[in-house]
Design a protein around this ligand. Structure first.
Ligand code: HEC
Ligand code: HEC
Ligand code: HEC
Ligand code: HEC
Ligand code: HEC
Ligand code: HEC
Ligand code: HEC
Ligand code: HEC
Ligand code: HEC
Ligand code: HEC
Length: 333
């Protein structure tokens, strides 16, 4: 807004006060219907907040919120509140002269402060309850007062959080640990823009743990990795329980996305002839343990030989996710 606009606005305000608001309405196209109505309502604000704004404002008309012919489309006031005192304020800026609009999202800070999270969210949720937001109330983001506008930009033509390639950056602003994890050796293709956080998470809330899209980790993972779901003749119990018994979803230095390297990974739950207390390796020597086994595999718990321990238990128990082998329950082919 520039000084000239402000002057013009001042004059218009005075005029409209005298003529009962008809002054600017006379400039409107004679058309009626939702489109004309929406524009008329927006003019309450756009006569000041016009193309001279340094931040994107009018570009909202190039978004889905700007389809003026659609009766569901919000006006400035649907989101920012009626803001009567703001509209009627004097030519100065700041609360003393021109009180803030009713709902303020990301003000520059020098003039006004952002509204409480609940106020901000209230304006959006009025039109966007249900669907993905069924579990918003009580969700981790809601409980931490993260408003919709922490992730969404509505005045720009393309909202970065809605595009796979740009979404992670939005989340990383707060979730730095996950950013670091996605730079490890083995990851989901998040950096490549082929996948986004929202392939596994519903940031608006979820009935499952950790804001996962589905009710459990297994259900979430097997939407894409269906072949790991079984049913198998011989199930491996931890696979049915939770993929994160062995995998970490965001990134690991142990491929493929493993929490630890076999045999240590397996040792967490298994002992007996195959546990790390006893040596192991290829062939019967490994099974029997003892010095021979150690020599055969070249691996011990304290001094693992990476190439031998790399497959370790998997040399024999190849079908770690479950097996249909007629030969028995030992997760082999
Ligand atoms: C008579 C002129 C005028 C009208 C009408 C007006 N505003 Fe404002 N508005 C201002 C001024 C002046 C400021 C403070 C300077 C600035 O940030 O542009 C401001 C600031 C704002 C801000 C905060 C900007 C920031 O960065 O802090 C928002 C949001 C806003 N107005 C929304 C609205 C909405 C929505 C309407 C319609 C309901 C509206 N305004 C109507 C003059 C007006
Ligand atoms: C008056 C109702 C209304 C209000 C208030 C409202 N929206 Fe919307 N919103 C819509 C409509 C209508 C669409 C278009 C839906 C469609 O095309 O299916 C939409 C679409 C969206 C989309 C999808 C955009 C896209 O490109 O696909 C997002 C994100 C969104 N709104 C976020 C918000 C946020 C954040 C707020 C609060 C700051 C908000 N909305 C307030 C009505 C509203
Ligand atoms: C933590 C970040 C985050 C917050 C907070 C957030 N969103 Fe979203 N929103 C997203 C992401 C990511 C998507 C894309 C989801 C997808 O593609 O599955 C999305 C998609 C949407 C869509 C379009 C898809 C649809 O549901 O039709 C709408 C509308 C929307 N959000 C509204 C809201 C509203 C309203 C709020 C506040 C109550 C909100 N969002 C809070 C990240 C967020
Ligand atoms: C769908 C809800 C919605 C509608 C409709 C809407 N705004 Fe906003 N407005 C927001 C959100 C959310 C922000 C925060 C920045 C962003 O998301 O791009 C914002 C930011 C602003 C700002 C910058 C100050 C701030 O609070 O960040 C101004 C000024 C503004 N809007 C004015 C308007 C005007 C004028 C209109 C009508 C042409 C309008 N807005 C329509 C939701 C909306
Ligand atoms: C403005 C900061 C902010 C942004 C942006 C944000 N988050 Fe969050 N997120 C939080 C806070 C705060 C929590 C709750 C505290 C915690 O558990 O870290 C949280 C919690 C979560 C949780 C649940 C953690 C748990 O322990 O249950 C997940 C999953 C999550 N966010 C994913 C996302 C995704 C995906 C995005 C981007 C679409 C995103 N967040 C954007 C701040 C943010
Ligand atoms: C392949 C599915 C998947 C993708 C993609 C994914 N996550 Fe997760 N995320 C999970 C699972 C499963 C958990 C819970 C288990 C865990 O914490 O290891 C989780 C947990 C989290 C947590 C809570 C961490 C904690 O310590 O409790 C946050 C925060 C989070 N994810 C953010 C993100 C962000 C941000 C992105 C995008 C960059 C993302 N996630 C992408 C599956 C995924
Ligand atoms: C939206 C689909 C999708 C979901 C959901 C998903 N993944 Fe993936 N996963 C992929 C894609 C795509 C790749 C990369 C495949 C490639 O590079 O060939 C991948 C790769 C992997 C890899 C191999 C990584 C490597 O370094 O080779 C593992 C392990 C994996 N996912 C486990 C999981 C787990 C555990 C979950 C649940 C927490 C999960 N995935 C959820 C799509 C998904
Ligand atoms: C008991 C530990 C364990 C559990 C639990 C587990 N995995 Fe794995 N997963 C592994 C190991 C070990 C590998 C490497 C296999 C190899 O190198 O032959 C692997 C490899 C993978 C791969 C990449 C290679 C391939 O076979 O496609 C994907 C994808 C995968 N797992 C998905 C899942 C999913 C989805 C779940 C949950 C349903 C799951 N895993 C549960 C141990 C496990
Ligand atoms: C989170 C714990 C856990 C981890 C990690 C784990 N397992 Fe298991 N495993 C089990 C449970 C529980 C069973 C079923 C109960 C049993 O027979 O001990 C099982 C069963 C097995 C069986 C079949 C035994 C039988 O008698 O049917 C084999 C073989 C096996 N696991 C190998 C492995 C290998 C190889 C790894 C490492 C890649 C591994 N496990 C990692 C918990 C685990
Ligand atoms: C040289 C091949 C081989 C290697 C390497 C191997 N196993 Fe086995 N494993 C077997 C065979 C064969 C059986 C069935 C033995 C039997 O009938 O006594 C078996 C049985 C098992 C069983 C079920 C019986 C029991 O003792 O509980 C578990 C669990 C198991 N292995 C886990 C592991 C783990 C964990 C590792 C890695 C530390 C491992 N195995 C390494 C071949 C191997």
């Amino acid at each position: 807004m520039n000084a000239k606009t402000l002057l013009r606005v001042g004059a218009l305000l005075a005029l409209s006060f005298l003529t009962g608001g008809a002054a600017w309405a006379a400039d409107e196209p004679a058309a009626s219907g939702p489109a004309a109505n929406a524009l008329k309502q927006d003019a309450v604000c756009t006569r000041c907040h016009d193309e001279t704004e340094t931040r994107p404002v009018l570009s909202i008309f190039q978004t889905k919120h700007g389809v003026v012919a659609d009766a569901r489309t919000p006006t400035c006031q649907s989101c920012h509140g009626e803001s009567a005192k703001h509209v009627a304020g004097g030519p100065g800026v700041g609360d003393a002269s021109r009180p803030a609009p009713d709902v303020l999202y990301k003000p520059r800070g020098s003039v006004y402060k952002a509204s409480e999270a609940a106020t901000q969210v209230g304006a959006c949720i009025a039109c966007h309850k249900g669907g993905l937001r069924t579990h918003w109330s009580g969700s981790q983001h809601q409980m931490q007062d993260i408003p919709c506008a922490a992730c969404h930009k509505v005045h720009v033509k393309s909202d970065p959080v809605l595009t796979k390639a740009t979404q992670p950056e939005v989340c990383f602003a707060c979730h730095k640990e996950q950013r670091a994890q996605t730079h490890l050796v083995s990851t989901h293709p998040l950096d490549a823009g082929k996948m986004a956080c929202s392939d596994c998470h519903n940031p608006h809330g979820s009935a499952g743990p950790k804001l996962l899209k589905k009710n459990s980790v297994v259900e979430t993972c097997t939407t894409c990795h269906a072949e790991k779901r079984g049913p198998f003749l011989w199930e491996h119990q931890p696979v049915n329980e939770d993929c994160t018994n062995c995998h970490t979803p965001h990134g690991s230095n142990i491929s493929p996305l493993l929490k630890d390297r076999p045999p240590f990974l397996c040792d967490d739950c298994h002992d007996g002839p195959h546990n790390s207390q006893a040596p192991y390796g290829s062939g019967a020597a490994g099974l029997q343990g003892g010095l021979l086994g150690t020599l055969a595999s070249g691996a011990t718990k304290t001094n693992p030989n990476t190439s031998a321990s790399g497959r370790a238990c998997l040399n024999c128990h190849v079908m770690v996710h479950g097996s249909n082998s007629p030969a028995g329950a030992f997760l082999h082919r």
